[in-house]
Design a protein around this ligand. Structure first.
Ligand SMILES: C[S@@+](CC[C@H](N)C(=O)[O-])C[C@H]1O[C@@H](n2cnc3c(N)ncnc32)[C@H](O)[C@@H]1O
Length: 283
């Protein structure tokens, strides 16, 4: 598909146009994008214009209403899946210590990766748990709004080009084993060994719309996801996460998620602020 950058830079999207697109998606597919932070949502829409050669919001709006399959492309483009293995290595060192201190290899841990993207966060935590001898004891659910990202996550595949960065991160984390303990070589990719994914359930889900139950999880990862949401959506998601955590359970957010005003000390202990680790109070 040809890409004309002059089109994307020329197209301004007004708040009204953005709303009408969000309404079209909601009406046609029941998917709620109203709560995304407007500036970054508009940037994402511009990316869609570029990719599909739309020249106006009308093009996007009418395609949304006419073409039922287009919504999958839309979702995949709107959701930014930036992730990496041992992203923020120092965090993962701290995380390992938290797990060592609060859980044991006899305990059956329940974990939720909310916004798991293409899987690197899941693989990283599985490596940490293997280091601690927890493999087989941790049951996880991994959710994302992007079906493409989930498909990749489930396949365990990582493209070779990312290997150098990932090996560097692994060293910074001070891993006790090398990557080849966890990955096999494919043709153009490395593949996370299925035995480390056998207790992970993958599910397509929209964080804003889904209910997550009560007192279910020991750990919830919601790293670098809420950054895209506006204030009311952040509040709503945090309330649901609070309910879904077991008392004493851990919530982990990303370094760029500005969430402190939603994480009040009535509900959460600031367990390690620097590493963005919070703990549900035992009220
Ligand atoms: C930047 S990635 C973060 C991946 C991983 N948590 C990490 O920190 O490395 C954000 C992920 O959130 C997902 N996402 C965005 N909006 C979402 C929503 N409303 N519901 C569920 N997932 C969402 C995106 O599809 C994307 O895969």
């Amino acid at each position: 598909m040809s890409i004309d950058p002059s089109i994307s830079s020329a197209v301004e999207i007004t708040d009204e146009e953005m709303r009408s697109i969000q309404e079209a998606i909601m009406k046609r597919y029941g998917i709620d994008f109203f709560n995304y932070e407007p500036k970054s949502f508009k940037r994402r829409l511009q990316r869609i214009y570029r990719k599909f050669n739309f020249t106006s919001s009308f093009d996007l709006w009418s395609r949304t209403l006419k073409d039922k399959d287009f919504v999958h492309d839309f979702i995949n483009e709107v959701s930014v899946g930036l992730t990496s293995l041992f992203r923020d290595p120092e965090f993962w060192q701290t995380f390992k210590n938290v797990c060592k201190e609060h859980f044991s290899d006899q305990y059956r841990m329940n974990v939720w990766h909310a916004g798991c993207s293409s899987g690197e966060e899941i693989y990283t935590s599985a490596i940490v748990w293997d280091d601690l001898g927890f493999t087989g004891k941790v049951k996880s659910i991994a959710t994302d709004i992007s079906s493409n990202a989930l498909k990749t996550a489930e396949s365990g595949k990582i493209i070779q080009a990312k290997l150098t960065e990932y090996e560097r991160n692994l060293k910074l984390y001070n891993a006790t084993s090398k990557l080849d303990k966890y990955f096999t070589e494919g043709q153009d990719e490395i593949i996370f060994k299925p035995k480390f994914l056998d207790k992970v359930t993958f599910r397509n889900s929209n964080l804003i719309m889904e209910d997550y139950g009560e007192n279910q999880y020991d750990i919830i990862f919601c790293r670098n996801v809420l950054i895209y949401f506006d204030g009311p959506a952040k509040e709503k998601v945090i309330e649901k996460i609070y309910k879904a955590l077991k008392p004493g359970g851990f919530l982990i957010i990303g370094f760029l998620d500005s969430m402190l005003s939603y994480l009040d000390d009535e509900r959460f202990e600031y367990y390690d602020l620097r590493q963005r680790i919070f703990r549900k109070n035992n009220n």
